[in-house]
Design a protein around this ligand. Sequence first.
Ligand code: TYD
Length: 217
Amino acid sequence: MAASPRWTGFFLTFEGPEGSGKSTQIRRLRDHLVAAGRSVLLTREPGGTPFGDKIRALLLDPGGGPLEPATEACLMLAQRAEHLRQVIRPALSAGTVVLCDRYADSSLAYQGYARGLGADLIRELHERTLGDFLPDLTVLFDIDPAQGLERARHGGKKSFDRMESEAVAFHQKVRNGYLDLAGREPHRFLVIDAAVPPDRVFSALLQGLQERSPGIL
Ligand code: TYD
């Protein structure tokens, strides 16, 4: 199953603009893998540890007002460092399939591209502070943010966190950032069209995984 000699498990991350339906798809995949007898850990960022959950609350508080891009980037990196050390690496060493709802590419897309810090700076911070941090595979659920935010509203979502409350133009930069990242690392990214109905998204996800990493299915 291992994609690399780094660990015996498999590190699969999920990314996308707001309203891509990502979290629902990840839970469905988790159930599918568990039914196939895999040992699976579903986790998320920001969060994943008690420390990370506190940082998450600080970062997403809609009443928290604007933060400096550097503040956002450093808090995201801080929770990731703890998440990697306390949760992700031990699970991968134990042979677990780790499904992580958002990870480093969120920092590249949101803080690097959309907040304007630059993807190079964010990548370098990761490389220099976290060491070997890259996932084995990253699924990008791609959707036009206008459609994604509309979908979230239609889904009954009434309150929006600090990031979701940003203008559509911000979310457009996030999406373009993701697409740029995926274009630069096609071997690591699996891009899925998330604008189609959820069942079709899930079929495309399974098919993509079958082609790219059949060992985990
Ligand atoms: P969440 O409610 O988990 O969003 P979603 O359901 O869309 O995944 O909130 C996470 C928010 O934090 C989301 O807007 C993306 C943002 N984020 C960053 O800006 N940088 C990061 O490194 C991470 C992990 C998340």
